[in-house]
Design a binder for this molecule. Structure first.
Ligand SMILES: Nc1ncnc2c1ncn2[C@@H]1O[C@H](COP(=O)(O)OP(=O)(O)OP(=O)(O)O)[C@@H](O)[C@H]1O
Ligand code: SF4
Ligand SMILES: [Mg+2]
Length: 334
């Protein structure tokens, strides 16, 4: 069990992107990409962040890293609110949080060598120079299971899995404590996915890393996560330790997502109840009033359109945002 020391505290974080129109670029509305999310990440754990495409996962990750200036909220990392820090202190603190990207083809500059790609953060932060960087990059290549002799090669000379290893090596250059892994395996062949997950797990043990691991379905984070949080249309709907979330999900959306995950036991699989969600995810420009999920929820009542359900700890460590969280058992598959 990881110790329960909070490394990252995110509080009511919002990221609204303005929509501009016309010659004078007037703001005509906002994309409510992240709309008030609150959660903690514990030191040494992997917290899986799951949700459908467009629900705001990447935006949440980028806003935590302050790559976007949040519309509102707090991002307290190792005791400091990054939103309030002045530039130099922010630079120093931000080094300790890194991101690994979804697409290992698009995220590496094709005109840079492996040494330049992995060594860039060291150069930018003025930490090492020349031969020091080269040696450090070779060590990092070895750490991620690549041949150190590849330092002068270019990204196109590597496979997808190898490129993702280069991305991982780059993220490790500044010795981070927290890594936001943004769907790091989704773009890879299924045969390669397990290798990259194993690498991330080994590195976590060896270096004491903490991961916020983003994925679009629950099966992807099942093995790697200690806890899982489910996101829908800019908000969080449920968070619990892995066992609880997979065995006793309480939010109708999590239950529906889980009903789509096959069960390895054929006897149980045969009887598996699938919940098909009607309709599409609504637009984050005009999200539904009250509960965001109400337009697709099989249990929706009139109060769901009127009041936003509170993000509530219903059992120790188990958070749910649903007015009827204690009445969703009928949807569960067992
Ligand atoms: N820079 C931006 N400017 C305006 N809107 C944006 C921007 N980035 C994302 N969005 C919008 O915010 C919403 C959330 O996008 P985001 O990329 O965070 O979702 P996601 O959960 O990561 O999706 P995916 O699984 O497809 O990666 C989407 O509606 C998207 O179109
Ligand atoms: S609050 Fe209402 S609409 Fe939202 S998930 Fe719960 S029952 Fe469904
Ligand atoms: Mg994304």
């Amino acid at each position: 069990m990881p110790e329960q020391e909070v490394i990252l505290h995110v509080e009511d974080l919002k990221m609204h992107f303005p929509i501009k129109r016309g010659v004078i670029q007037r703001t005509v509305g906002y994309v409510h990409a992240v709309d008030g999310v609150t959660f903690d990440v514990y030191k040494g754990e992997t917290l899986g962040l799951v949700g459908e495409s467009g629900c705001g996962k990447t935006t949440a990750g980028r806003t935590i890293l302050q790559l976007y200036k949040p519309t509102a909220g707090k991002v307290v990392f190792e005791g400091k609110d990054l939103v309030q820090l002045k530039s130099e202190e922010m630079r120093q603190t931000r080094r300790k949080i890194q991101m690994i990207f979804q697409d290992p083809y698009a995220s590496l500059n094709p005109r840079m060598t492996v040494e330049e790609i992995i060594g860039e953060p060291l150069l930018v932060h003025n930490i090492e120079h020349g031969k020091e960087i080269r040696d450090h990059v070779k060590d990092l290549l070895e750490l991620v299971g690549l041949n150190p002799a590849y330092v002068d090669r270019y990204p196109h000379e590597f496979s997808g899995g190898q490129r993702q290893r280069i991305g991982v090596a780059r993220s490790l250059a500044l010795k981070p404590d927290l890594i936001v892994c943004d769907e790091p395996i989704s773009a890879l062949d299924v045969s390669i996915q397990a290798q990259v997950v194993n690498l991330l797990e080994d590195l976590q043990k060896e270096l004491g890393l903490t991961y916020l691991f983003i994925a679009h379905d629950l099966s992807m984070v099942r093995h790697i996560s200690n806890r899982v949080v489910v996101m829908y249309l800019g908000i969080l709907v449920e968070m619990a330790d892995r066992k609880t979330l997979y065995e006793n999900p309480l939010h109708p959306y999590s239950i529906a997502l889980l009903s789509a995950v096959p069960i390895p036991d054929p006897k149980i699989e045969e009887k598996r109840k699938r919940i098909i969600l009607e309709g599409d995810v609504p637009s984050p420009i005009n999200p539904p009033s009250g509960c965001r999920f109400r337009t697709r929820c099989p249990l929706a009542q009139s109060i769901c359109a009127e009041q936003r359900p509170e993000w509530k700890e219903v059992e120790p460590g188990h958070y749910v945002a649903c007015h009827f969280w204690n009445n969703t058992k009928s949807l569960q598959r067992r």
